[in-house]
Every structure is written in C-alpha cells, then in structure tokens.
Ligand binder design. Structure first.
Ligand code: MG
Length: 381
C-alpha cells in the first residue's frame, strides 16, 4: 500500500548547461539542483524517478498525485495511471504528460524493486541489449561549429563503437540558424566522413516551413539518411502528411506532441509519419509508451524511443519495435561517461560493439548514490 509520495531536491554537479533557447552545451563543472520523486510502500520499498521539480510542484503533488496514490496498491499501475490521466482534463496544463510520466516511472521502479526484477523484464522482456545511436548536441561556436566539426566527431563516434549517428544542427540563438543549406552541408560532411554503412539521422530545427522541410528531406534522401525528424511544428499533422507523401526517406514523429498514444494513433492513420516516435519522459510515462510501441508493431511500423535514460531503456527492453537507443546528448568536449556525484554508475554504458545492455538490477535501472543525495538534500515536499 502506498504510504508516502515526496519530491526531494539536492545539489550535485554537471559539466553541461542550457542556452537561452534551452539547448544543452558543454560548460565547466558547476553546481546544479536535481530532484527525485520517491514513492514508498508500507513494506518499506521505495520507487524513484529523476524529475524536473517544477513539473511536480507541491501543489501538483497535493492536488493530483497524492489523492490518487495514497493508500493504493502500487501493482495497480494501469488503474492508477488512468485515474491520474483523467485529472489532466481539468488541470489545463497544470498536470503535464511529463509529470504523469515521472509518477508512472517511479511506480514501475517501485514494483520492480518489490519483485526484485529489472522493470524491462517485468514489462515483458524482449531483449537484453540494444544498439545505441549517438545523438549529438546542437551546433555551437566551439566543438560543433562547422560541418567539418560534425564530420570529425562522427568519425570519432564510429571509432568507439557507434553504428548510427543522429545530428542536431545549429539552432537559435546561434546566428543565422536554422539554415537548410548549412544543415545539408553538415549532413553531407558526416556522410562523406563515415561512409555508406553507418546509419545517419537528422533532427532538424522544429520550425521549418513545408517547402524548407521538403528541400532538406530531398537532400537527406540523396545522402541515404535513415530518418528525418521534426523539421516542422508537430501540431500541424497535415504538414507532416504533406511532407511524408513526397519523400522516400522515412519521416519520424511525433516527438513532443501532447496526447500520448492517442495522438500517435492519429499520426499513423493520417499517414503523417513512416516511423512512430514517443518517449516516456514526454508522452505520459512507460505505460502509455509501451502501448504506443505495440500500436506501431500492429501497423508494421518501427517506434523509436525519444530520449536517454532508464525509463527509455525499460521500454526498449520490454519490446522490440524500436531499433535504437538514443544515447546523448554528445559533444566532443563533454565526457558523457562521467558518473555524476549523485549516482554510483551511469544507466547506459556503451560496449565496444555500440550496444547498451539492459540493467540486471531490480527497478528501472538507476543506481543512486543515496549517501550523496542525503547529505546534499535542499528541500522535500
Ligand atoms: Mg528529437
């Protein structure tokens, strides 16, 4: 029976930070605040999920989460998820898909810890490792400043085992970004550098027009790219249907669109994408993304999972309609394999063949350093 639901904030350190538009770049090591959602059962077992505390403010926990979870059996995840999701109707964005996803992931972590099983096994084990694609940071002024920088970095990534690379190119506030011509230049430089056997993808700027997206997509299909991601505003399903009808390169989506598996079903039946996309952090949790992957499977489509981390790995281990794990964001000046002080190990070490092994420990696969977190706790609500 669930007896406690709490968010704890604590300090740790990071070697990246976000720019004025929210894109992550390298930075000197500095102190940051992180947060954990903790859901505790009367038997003393706790499930955890790393969260953005602004999504799970005290009022959100009090108004939406605790009234549903308190005193309930954590094994009733499906019933609890539906009760939580229904509360979103009247919350008008105050209780987001992201917040719902954090709660769902912590419930999966809790029951998997109780069962002493990895969550991906509990959800239906399909495979114990998955190829990773290297997902780059957006372009900047130092390290990913030119098409040649992307080419050099891609060569390095292939040399350490990756068999696939996804570029995020230049975005505002970089001057002149976004630019179709510059995107094509970077993609061509990378294809020339790695040769024909490495799968390449582009996550374009999100706000190109239809004609810009078509021009870029046609260039990518000539370069034999594997998929074309989010070139336009995803709320315009008609624009994606228009684009996908004219391109041979697979169009993938939607990544950020609100609406969980329901929205993904609409994208499939509209012909707006060739590969489906969803991620537990943004699409309401592990539970609805499992449904989304099975939906894709029923339509003979791949569903590629957005974002790194343990919840994404849980979905990928439990299903087999996604071909890749998104490992990143990567940059030539950032050590992605650095273990931050609040963890004992990272969740997604890469092997020399470019695969990430699914965790073998109970839960969704995060190895928290509770000693650090305890000493550095700032607030709990
Ligand atoms: Mg993306």
């Amino acid at each position: 029976m669930i007896e406690r639901v709490a968010v704890r904030t604590f300090t740790t350190t990071a070697c990246t930070s976000v720019d004025a538009e929210g894109h992550r770049h390298p930075s000197p090591e500095h102190e940051i605040t992180e947060a954990l959602l903790e859901i505790t059962d009367t038997d003393g077992v706790t499930g955890y999920c790393a969260v953005q505390p602004d999504q799970l403010r005290p009022a959100v926990l009090d108004k939406h989460v605790r009234p549903v979870l308190a005193g309930q059996d954590p094994w009733d995840r499906e019933r609890l998820w539906r009760l939580l999701a229904r509360r979103q109707r009247g919350a008008h964005g105050g209780f987001t898909d992201r917040a719902l996803g954090f709660v769902d992931a912590a419930l999966w972590d809790l029951v998997a810890r109780k069962a002493e099983l990895p969550a991906w096994k509990l959800a239906g084990g399909a495979r114990d490792r998955i190829p990773a694609y290297a997902s780059t940071m957006c372009g900047d002024a130092d390290g990913l400043a030119t098409p040649g920088d992307y080419a050099d970095f891609a060569k390095h990534l292939v040399s350490v085992g990756y068999r696939a690379v996804k570029l995020h190119t230049w975005m505002p506030p970089v001057p002149g970004a976004p630019s179709v011509a510059r995107d094509v230049e970077a993609c061509r430089a990378v294809r020339d550098a790695v040769g024909p056997d490495v799968a390449l993808m582009l996550d374009a700027s999100h706000w190109y027009s239809r004609t810009e997206a078509l021009r870029l997509g046609r260039a990518l299909q000539e370069l034999d790219f594997h998929w074309f991601e989010e070139p336009m505003e995803e709320a315009s399903v008609s624009s994606y249907r228009w684009l996908a009808a004219q391109l041979d390169i697979p169009v993938i989506g939607p990544e950020v669109a609100w609406g969980k598996h329901h929205t993904r079903a609409e994208w499939i039946t509209s012909g707006a994408c060739d590969i489906l996309r969803a991620g537990p952090a943004g699409s309401g949790g592990i539970s609805p993304v499992l449904k989304t992957v099975h939906l894709a499977e029923a339509f003979g489509m791949d569903c590629e999972i957005h974002g790194d981390g343990s919840a994404s790995l849980t979905v990928l281990g439990a299903t087999d309609a996604g071909r890749w794990y998104e490992r990143g964001l990567l940059h030539p000046h950032v050590d992605y394999d650095r273990t931050p002080p609040h963890r004992n190990a990272i969740a997604d070490p890469l092997d020399e063949n470019g695969n990430v092994a699914l965790p073998t420990t109970p839960g969704i696969g995060d190895d928290w350093n509770f000693e650090h977190i305890g000493v550095h706790t700032l607030e709990q609500w």
